[in-house]
Design a protein around this ligand. Sequence first.
Ligand code: PLP
Length: 412
Amino acid sequence: MKTIYLDNASSTQLDKKVLEAMTSCFGVYGNPSSLHSYGREAKILLENARKNIANILHVDKQTIFFTSSATEANNWIINNIINNGVKYVITSKLEHPSVLNPIEPSMEGFLIKDSSIHNNEKQDFESFPSFKEEYLTKRNHIHTTYLNTTALGIIDYNHLEDTLRKNKRNNTFVSLMHANNEIGNISDIKLIGDLCKKYGALFHSDTAQTIGHYDLNLNDVNIDFCVCSAHKFHGPKGIGFLYARESTNLLPYILGGKQETALRGGTENISGIIGMAKALEISYDNLKQDREYIISLKYNLITKLKNNIEGIEFNGSSGSLNPDKNLYNLVNIKIPTSIPIDMLLLKLDMLGIAVSAGSACSSGTINESHVLKTIRNDLTMPSLRVSLSKYNTIEEIDYFVTSLKSSISILL
Ligand code: PLP
């Protein structure tokens, strides 16, 4: 059976050249912290990868701290600011759970154990009273403002400036993502960075969906912290990094050895780091042509959906073909009839098509999307997130549209 992967915002296919780079370094098995030649060989690979990543983003290599994921990097920085005297947090309800939950654990979807995996009762924050107490006590002194957002998912920048102005003398931390993983809207991080600088606030941006897809000169933007996840741009899973402009702002996150300047202990994932650096290099070497190709796929997808399925709409601004407004590889489709989303996903899966119901990051089960809940009043119509990559083809788009149309009519 034909299989078609249209869930690239969730994770991407490993590039063959990345696999080759990773395979070739498996032979280097010394510990980069060891002083002998084996260790030094590994250390050279590690530091070269850090330098190459830093060069691509136009920053100093000391600003890059390897982590296991973007989730870890977001948690690191948010725990850091909570323990480091920040009193005021400004964010939005559209952020990824790896930002929302560390800021305010009672926010949407904080699930400690996933019942579908552990086969036990669904356990949430309330099931762990001592953990809850410790977590909340640490956050007692923090006041959080969630910025207003429009129906298109756009941040209200006036609200941001007003809030920053009012808290000028407080230690303020702003966390606003660059691109939303569900509806794809892009925030103006240059403007946000300038406002944060003007009012003396620290600015963190979750850039997990844009690093590897957008030209980012971190020197040009007043951004203090951002994050990366290699598996979003044809790199391996389980590896990412935190960028911190001033490492003096950082408290240690994992205590152990002296790795990552003693801020994050643990022997480094050399093959993952090599794979991430290679994936980033390939992405930026081919950025322009891959982007043009993927935009042509998005254009085809939107046009064919509109021509074939009456009443089809797009959530947020994901129907836009302007890559500066919305991710060029993502469309979030609002299905015009109230059919059950799990049945629709199953039907498409049976036809070999992989798409997502919303955000797949925390999935396994389908939860109501906190992002769609924030921007839409009515969630009776189901939504599908289709996300594209350089490996998709026009034929796949055609097959998807035909299959979606037939699946909707069968389920009606
Ligand atoms: N932030 C955003 C915007 C994401 O889309 C994701 C994953 O989908 C993450 C963070 C988490 O990334 P990771 O899979 O590296 O933990």
